[in-house]
Design a protein around this ligand. Sequence first.
Ligand code: SF4
Length: 232
Amino acid sequence: MSIATRLSNDDIARLNQQFETATAGEILDWAVETFDDGLATAASFGGPTGMVILHMLAVRDPGTYVFVLDTDYLFEETYQTMRRSIDSIGLTNVNVFRSKLSHEQQAAEYGAALWMRDPDLCCELRKVEPNRRALEGKAAWVSGLRRDQSDGRSDAPIVSWNDRFGVVKINPLANWDEKQTWDYIMKHKVPYNPLLDQGYVSIGCYNCTVPGVQGRAGRWQGFDKDECGLHT
Ligand code: SF4
């Protein structure tokens, strides 16, 4: 039986109460000790909070299982940030997952530019399904999600059971803000995506990201959507 199935609702409620006043480092200390090699984190190499999580985990355990969802539509700056960060942060267990469909296969099966017609389906094919494969056999998933990033994230718990992926979800930075995030990046000289200095606030696929808009509003413009389906 994995540790994940042994965390009862009462355990989760108690941990959330305890972690509301804990530091992100204390939460990650608990996560690394509790889940050991069952712990996973996703790296988008887009937003700054994910970079903070990668750095904090590498300090504790450089061999933490890190997975990257390469949608094939990432900015070149995102790939550059990934290459720069792996050595610089000291990550030794980075695993890249892609959709089972190439661009061409997706276009043949679902039509060209699916993201312009049905971004939920495009995200399901290029993010959610690979995320499911990336988390197979894992017990817990650390995310860099912050409550101040959008209305939909405003009540995100620090620890929860994630039914969709069958893991414990941990958001150690849930109650951080933008300033704390950047203070950490500057203090520890953590690499970050250069698009963040060019007006981009939230960075995903180039098809669905525009600069100059606060929070997650720069994603999927024209659609009633601000999540790709990983965190909902
Ligand atoms: S963010 Fe856009 S291009 Fe990327 S997977 Fe989702 S809909 Fe497709």
